[in-house]
Design a protein around this ligand. Sequence first.
Ligand SMILES: [Zn+2]
Ligand SMILES: [Zn+2]
Length: 206
Amino acid sequence: MERPDGQARLPGPIALWWIGEAAVDGDVVKTVAERVAREFAREVAVQTPIERPAGTLDAKRRQHSSREMLKWLVAHAPADASRVLGLTDVDLFIPVLTFVFGEAQLEGVAAVVSAARLAAPADRRLTAARLAREAVHELGHTFGLVHCDALEDEDGRAAPCVMARSPSVRAVDAKSARLCPGCRARYVTFQQDGSHVYREHENPHR
Ligand SMILES: [Zn+2]
Ligand SMILES: [Zn+2]
């Protein structure tokens, strides 16, 4: 988890960019945009970036560095956006892990989520649901939320909070699409103060 240079920006929409190699699936992106907008009560602007990330491929691993992807997103983020969320279809890694579904900067500007291991080829709704969950999870980190063990979401459903760690696709499918009441309260505080007191629980994540 990287820390950004300077303060994260709060006002402005979340820019959602498809930065994958294959053609964009507009319906999937729209679903992700709707779920993210609802969960964070923020405007989401689906945009087409002018270029695709360069310099992110690790030739030995044949995977893309999510750290480099985040750097690229920060460098290209629109000035009026509070956050930029990149959706891609290339496989992402961080050095200590075989792969990650996504990564984000804690209290930062950028988040990235990959469909490489989450896509269900025969089921676009499932693909969209998984990407939406991981998009909410990674954006949650940019709003200062950390990993959470709550087992009931804010609708009272018995399912792990969307901020639960998800080391496997099975874990992604098992968790809620929504924040738990505790994470919701922390998000509200973060919106008001720009940060909160939970930083000491910061930990590596995926
Ligand atoms: Zn939670
Ligand atoms: Zn995480």
